[in-house]
Design a protein around this ligand. Structure first.
Ligand code: GLN
Length: 266
């Protein structure tokens, strides 16, 4: 299953995030350590989104292995940013391999990624998709579960939902409609990242003034901590909060609603 990451902090080159670490995202594309749900490598595409400053992010997405594209290596060496999302893709069997199927998906300042699968695709989520405007369904980036998840999150954002609620509710709604799904979502506006941990691993590393979220730690730094299953991470460059995912509608609240802040669950 795909691997993704998000970085907020002082400007770094894309190469420092994608290529240089010993277990970098590029290495994770051909030698991931923690694949679940059937895939072995992440060779069906990749994407990087970065914020060149204030304003909308720039994306580069391709439907080929990241290691086989010389352009990304050149771009990464000279492109610096304070906010980056990147992903390498292992397409779920039956789903299209296209540039547009690779994360990050985007609108305005938002960048979005999904690591996982919707079980019972597409039938399980027909009722949820039916709640979207027809135009959104006709203009999906690709006919994949990840593109639909983005349309569901984006629909909530457009309606004014807070990003934490947009991600949290989308995960619980889809998990209820399609049990067994793996729904690690990642959403950022370049200042704050919201990420769910639902079926796949996610690790967080904070340093002074920066935060990095990644499906797999990219080095042996002891600062990495694993986020527990069933949680949401809400992070800025200065603060990381981890809280339980919202309970399904109609279900009793699973946990106290207090945030577990930095240091509480190392
Ligand atoms: N199911 C999604 C796709 O095919 C994401 C795949 C993944 O996480 N491996 O695009």
């Amino acid at each position: 299953m795909c691997r993704h990451l998000a970085y907020l902090g002082p400007p770094v080159t894309l190469a420092e995030l994608l290529f240089d670490p010993p277990h970098s995202l590029v290495r994770q594309s051909w030698a991931p350590r923690d694949m679940r749900g059937g895939g072995t490598i992440n060779a069906d595409g990749f994407g990087v989104g970065w914020y060149p400053g204030e304003g909308e992010p720039v994306r580069y997405r391709r439907a080929q292995p990241i290691w086989s594209d010389p352009t990304i290596a050149q771009l990464a060496a000279v492109t610096r940013s304070a906010a980056v999302v990147a992903a390498v893709r292992s397409a779920t069997v039956g789903m299209a391999v296209l540039d547009g199927a690779a994360a990050p998906f985007a609108e305005g300042r938002w960048l979005f990624s999904h690591n996982g699968v919707i079980r019972g695709w597409p039938d399980a989520v027909v009722p949820l998709a039916a709640g979207l405007p027809v135009r959104d369904l006709l203009t999906l980036d690709a006919t994949t579960d990840s593109a639909l998840l983005w349309a569901l999150v984006r629909h909530r954002l457009r309606a004014g939902a807070d990003p934490v609620e947009a991600v949290g509710r989308t995960v619980t709604d889809v998990a209820a409609a399609a049990p067994g799904s793996r729904l690690n979502l990642l959403l950022t506006d370049g200042h704050r990242v919201v990420a769910s941990v639902a079926g796949h691993a996610l690790s967080v590393r904070e340093t002074s003034g920066s935060v990095l979220l990644a499906s797999e730690p990219h080095d042996d730094d002891p600062g990495w901590r694993s986020v527990p299953e069933g949680h949401l991470v809400v992070a800025t460059a200065g603060e990381v909060r981890i809280r339980p995912l919202p309970a399904p509608v109609g279900a009793p609240s699973r946990h106290a609603t207090v945030d577990r802040t930095k240091g509480a669950n190392r």
